[in-house]
Design a protein around this ligand. Structure first.
Ligand code: UT7
Length: 331
């Protein structure tokens, strides 16, 4: 009997209208466009300014875009996963709200949190449900309102992050397309380098934690950079080797958008020319869980059925890994 694989059959995306450019950041903190561009590759990022709107607002927009493009009813979805580091609320699952709002009345829903690797890990989770035959339509959304956890007086973090959402649909495939292999890792040593100190069970919110700005992202950028640059390249090279893929065989690298220099190092290690590397960090910055699906959304027209795609990510925790997937449709 032929093995059922899990293929991506549709994508959707959403970014807020408001653009925060490097030039405007120059007026907010001691930084400059040249530094940001050469160190990170970022020119501008999007910020969600809609009042009382959280991550779900963008997740819903991305999901609705996907459903409309795929031409299916929301009620056909079996499971809604929201990969996010910035849920609407610490306890009520954002995914449950998103599923209800889009009309996925037959789905169950939950959130996945692994910092910048949330979406990559979510691909593994979604694909497993499909491969096992348990469910037929799994909607995986990567969404983050990073502006809700960034200190806009801290020049080391506020220049990096942006808001956005992307969505993919996983469905069974009988042609061998879809997810082929994965190599996912984590190392708890990382939590000292990239974290939010307060608001969790170790240090619940208090007047003190607010005063000390402990609800914002802290990053020791240099240390994270060192781990990220070597690990993302390592796992991407490893997954190619394990699947006997040469640089000629790989059509696209879909890398997490944390820093253009990390992306370039990964592509170099894989022997890929720049044309094969999907990039949107210049326009959106680091949108955390949304980087990978937003890339698929932005480049969807160029992806062809049968293309070999390597996904790679690195994030807080630390969490990281790579996934090898064969694209399943022409749009
Ligand atoms: O997505 C999750 C995983 N995250 C990552 O992968 C991020 C990894 N890290 C990075 O991308 C980089 O480390 C950063 C972009 C965050 C920083 O770049 P860097 O080349 O590592 O700079 P640095 O932290 O070593 O700082 C170099 C200098 C310092 O000044 P001195 O000490 O040399 O005088 C900083 O104070 O640049 C200064 N600096 C800035 N200057 C202008 C730091 N931030 C800024 C800024 N504008 N925004």
């Amino acid at each position: 009997m032929k093995k059922t694989t899990a293929a991506i059959t549709a994508v959707g995306g959403y970014v807020p209208d408001f653009v925060l450019s490097n030039k405007v950041l120059e007026t907010m903190v001691d930084t400059n466009d040249e530094w940001i561009t050469t160190r990170t590759g970022i020119k501008e990022r999007r910020i969600l300014k809609v009042e009382n709107a959280g991550t779900s607002y963008m997740a819903i927009k991305a999901a609705e875009d996907l459903l409309q493009k795929r031409g299916i009813e929301a009620s056909e979805i079996d499971l809604v996963l929201v990969a996010t580091a910035t849920p609407d609320m610490p306890v009520a699952a954002t995914a449950a709200y998103v599923a209800s709002e889009i009309g996925s009345s037959n789905a169950f829903a939950y959130d996945l949190q692994a910092a910048c690797s949330s979406f990559l890990y979510g691909m593994s989770t979604a694909a497993s449900y499909i491969e096992s035959g348990r469910y037929k339509k799994v909607l995986l959304i990567g969404a983050d309102k990073m502006s809700s956890i960034i200190d806009y007086t801290d020049r080391t973090t506020c220049i990096i992050f942006g808001d956005g959402a992307g969505a993919v649909l996983f469905e069974p495939n009988e042609e061998g397309l879809g997810l082929q292999d994965e190599y996912l890792r984590s190392d708890g040593i990382g939590r000292q380098f990239l974290k939010i100190d307060a608001g969790g069970s170790i240090l619940p919110a208090s007047e003190e934690t607010v005063k000390n700005k402990q609800h914002y992202v802290f990053q020791d950028g240099k240390s994270v950079f060192k781990f990220a640059v070597s690990n993302m390249a390592d796992v991407s090279a490893l997954i190619m080797e394990r699947n006997n893929l040469t640089n000629e065989d790989v059509q696209w690298l879909v890398p997490h958008q944390a820093n253009k220099r990390i992306i370039d190092a990964t592509a170099n290690r894989m022997g890929l020319e720049a044309e094969k590397v999907l990039i949107n960090i210049d326009r959106y910055g680091n949108t955390t869980s949304a980087t990978l699906p937003l890339l698929l959304h932005d480049y969807e027209k160029q992806l062809k059925k049968g293309d070999n795609i390597i996904f790679a990510a690195f994030g807080g925790g630390f969490t990281w890994g790579s996934i090898y997937l064969k694209w399943a449709y022409n749009s």
